[in-house]
Design a protein around this ligand. Structure first.
Ligand code: ADP
Ligand code: ASP
Ligand code: MG
Length: 407
């Protein structure tokens, strides 16, 4: 008997009709003899609605209370699904993260799962029940409710699959798999039958929100077979695989990711001396602000400049810090720009091919798109460009690398 962990995202449980449809799908798999652990997101829009409610009362509510608030969205859907299953004659039980127990650290809003106690789940499965677990939430060692970061239900699913040693973790969403790029931006995007964990981690970290990055990291670490599929239409979806060495000819570029969540800051006219980068970036990391791309330049007059990107939500705070640092160092100027976007091409085949970056830059140049920053890894090249050119850049690169054509 196969043990499956299935996760249904926000749109898949976005209305009573959709919850009914998920219940029917679950009931069918259960009737076919599969053991099922189902984890759910809140109804689409609900988490944002709750954030907005808190925002009406306080502009900086405490992270602890936000987690108590946000975890309620998933408690609604798990109960509704069990009620729908009950009506279909399927024995099912819902559990919050704290009830399972999904133990996390205490980093409210971005907690990490430390341990899952599978006893209760195993007992229910053994009794023939479907187990429904709230996604996105856990509990810390002191009994406080925590949440795992936006999109965190994916991570709940993978962590449950790892802890329960499930045969497969299936992420049901509103697309029928992982595409060469977001199909909402490029209609010609093509579904991939398979993608390696490494590539999926890069895609997710560069902005493809189809899977939360932590979920992919977790699945790679514990070798959880992971599949993305549609809750609306049947199909094979996309399997996230360990790299297949037998497949000799790997595509140079497998996918294109992008994100509009970053902002760029520059500090100009600082001394070109050892320790200056640490002085500029130290206080920013001390404030717990994550820095992404960093570039340092030296001008003709031997003064240096440092440009870096942070999450847009952190822009204001970073600018304040940077201006203080600028005063201290006697810098010439500080400049902040939120109208940027990052586009990345990703592919394991890049390792064994030269000239990939040059082709990417030529393609962007031929569209008249200026590149502001460049960063690379072994299997990724990312550029920061003006935000208004983002969709043009993604479409042009998708065509350039012929990602719409099955190879
Ligand atoms: P859920 O609510 O089910 O978790 P998400 O909105 O988090 O769903 O993720 C699904 C969405 O991810 C799709 O609707 C699609 O627009 C977007 N997406 C971004 N990049 C990709 C990609 N490479 N392949 C498929 N979908 C992608
Ligand atoms: N409901 C949460 C969110 O909107 C978690 C999730 O959907 O995975 O981010
Ligand atoms: Mg999601």
């Amino acid at each position: 008997m196969a043990l499956l962990v299935q996760k249904y995202g926000g749109t898949s449980v976005g209305s009573i009709e959709r919850i009914q449809a998920v219940a029917e799908k679950v009931a069918l798999a259960h009737a076919q003899g599969q053991q099922l652990v189902v984890t759910l997101s809140a109804m689409s829009g609900e988490t944002n609605r709750l954030i907005a409610l808190a925002g009406e009362l306080h502009d900086k509510p405490s992270a602890r209370e936000m987690d108590v608030l946000l975890s309620t969205g998933e408690q609604v859907t798990i109960a509704l699904l069990c009620i729908a299953l009950e009506k279909l004659g399927v024995d099912a039980r819902s559990y919050t993260g704290g009830q399972v127990t999904i133990l996390t650290d205490s980093a409210y809003g971005k907690a990490r799962i430390q341990d899952i106690d599978g006893h209760r789940v195993h007992a229910d499965l053994a009794a023939g029940r479907v187990v429904v677990v709230a996604g996105f939430q856990g509990i810390d060692g002191d009994g406080n409710i925590t949440t795992l970061g936006r999109g965190g239900s994916d991570t709940t699913a993978v962590a449950l699959a790892a802890a329960l040693k499930a045969d497969e973790c299936q992420i049901y969403t509103d697309v029928d798999g992982v595409y060469t790029t977001d199909p909402r931006v490029v209609p010609e995007a093509r579904r991939l039958d398979a993608i390696t964990f490494e590539e999926m981690i890069e895609m997710a970290s560069q902005g493809s929100k189809v899977l939360q990055i932590r979920a992919v990291e977790f699945a790679g670490k514990y070798a959880v077979p992971l599949r993305v599929m549609s809750s609306f239409v049947d199909g094979p979806g996309t399997l996230i695989t360990l790299e297949d060495d037998e497949q000799m000819e790997k595509p140079v570029v497998s996918g294109i990711a992008f994100n509009r969540d970053e902002a760029k800051l520059t500090i100009r006219g600082i001394p070109d001396q050892p320790g200056v980068a640490a002085k500029v970036l130290g206080p920013i990391s001390e404030a717990n602000i994550e820095v992404d791309v960093i570039v340092q330049n030296v001008a003709k007059d031997n003064s240096a400049s440092i440009t870096f990107t942070v999450h847009r939500n952190d822009l204001d705070q970073t600018e304040v810090l940077l201006r203080a640092i600028a005063d201290e160092l006697g810098a010439e100027a500080v400049h902040a720009d939120s109208k940027i976007a990052k586009v990345s091409i990703v592919g394991v085949g890049m390792r064994s091919h030269a000239g990939v970056a040059a082709r990417m830059f030529e393609c962007l140049a031929s569209e008249g798109i200026n590149i502001q920053l460049i960063t690379t890894s072994e299997i990724k090249i990312a550029v920061v460009i003006e935000e208004r050119y983002l969709e043009l850049a993604v479409r042009a690169l998708h065509a350039k690398y012929e990602l719409d054509v099955q190879k």
